[in-house]
Design a protein around this ligand. Structure first.
Ligand code: NAP
Length: 301
């Protein structure tokens, strides 16, 4: 086994000063976050252990209070608790409040402060991939929690136009109203999914795939199949990371576009959380090492 993997395999030394971080959610069994955080702790020599904690329905408040009482340094929060956790926090960062979802808790005096690192994580991933938003025409497929955050990001980063395409048009319209009100711009608008046919031919869009369609185990599905849609896509960013190559990505590439998956967003939301907990500034080489550890844990390396 190569040295890097051997190192990875070594059992972490826990001692009396080891600080605890972790993930709360339901389910948590398939999480890749321990690979990210425990690798970073090893690289930086931080005496920190990161563990998954399955919190059953009805147990969220007790879990947050218990983690504080047990001197936890911080927590990540995943489905279905990202919005539900907000009332149990001491403070909420303005960006997380605006997004309406918290995925990172940082210990402060008297409780935890909630942050959202998903949206900044996506932005760092896009910067790494040389995907610009400024002046771009952006399509967002979906109008759920993540699509709303992506729409805010795109408008804030100066996208020329942001169109949300969703199965349920009313949901997309509600998100558009909120995003335009929050940003003071009118850059966002909504379309029903099948109305993609009205997008002008010859136009080139950046499309962010923010629906659940195509996720494991239904990997043969894409939210739009029509090839004429993909001819309008210059860059396709699928937020799904399992599978690592989605049908949406294949369709984008088959029509000559460039495509990315959601693995780097996942990595950077974790890295930003780690930076909030420890004050470290994670460099490129260290991020790459954590990325490799995450991919090994997923069995795609
Ligand atoms: P959500 O709030 O449940 O929203 C789901 C969206 O998918 C809705 O717009 C829904 O449309 C649409 N949808 C679901 N099934 C559909 C179908 N059969 N046909 C058409 N549309 C369908 O989910 P979310 O939390 O925003 O997450 C969205 C995606 O982001 C997921 O794939 C998740 O894996 C990914 N994600 C990635 C990361 C990362 O780090 N890479 C982080 C978080 C989430 P309706 O409104 O019509 O129901």
């Amino acid at each position: 086994m190569p040295e890097a993997e051997l190192e990875q395999e070594r059992i972490m030394e826990i001692n009396g000063r080891t600080r605890t971080c972790g993930l709360i959610g339901n389910p948590v069994e398939h999480t890749m976050s321990p690979a990210i955080h425990n690798t970073l702790a090893r690289i930086y020599g931080h005496d920190l252990a990161y563990l998954p904690f399955h919190v059953p329905a009805g147990g969220l408040e007790e879990a947050v209070k218990g983690a504080y009482a047990l001197n936890f340094l911080g927590l990540n929060v995943t489905v279905p608790y990202k919005s539900q956790v907000i009332p149990f926090l001491k403070e909420t960062d303005p960006l997380a409040r605006e997004i309406g979802a918290v995925n990172t808790l940082v210990r402060v005096e008297g409780g935890f402060k909630g942050y959202n690192t998903d949206m900044p994580g996506l932005w760092r991933a896009m910067c790494q991939d040389n995907v610009a938003l400024e002046g771009q025409k952006v399509l967002i497929l979906g109008a759920g929690g993540v699509a709303r955050a992506v729409a805010l990001l795109a408008v804030r980063k100066g996208a020329g136009e942001v169109i949300l395409l969703n199965r349920t048009l009313e949901k997309a319209q509600a998100v558009v109203e909120e995003v335009n009100a929050l940003t003071g711009r009118t850059a966002a608008r909504a379309l029903a999914l099948q109305e993609h046919a009205f997008l002008p031919a010859g136009e080139k869009y950046l499309a962010v795939q923010a629906t659940n369609v195509g996720m494991y185990p239904r990997t043969q599905e894409a939210v739009i199949e029509d090839q004429s849609f993909y001819e309008k896509i210059q860059v396709g960013y699928d937020l799904i990371f399992n599978p690592a190559r989605t049908r949406f990505m294949s369709l984008v590439e088959e029509s000559g576009g460039r495509a990315w998956n959601g693995l780097k967003m996942l990595l950077y939301q974790g890295i930003i959380a780690y930076e909030l907990w420890t004050g470290a500034e994670v460099g490129q080489a260290q991020a790459q090492e954590a990325f490799q550890a995450m991919k090994r844990a997923m069995g795609i390396l």
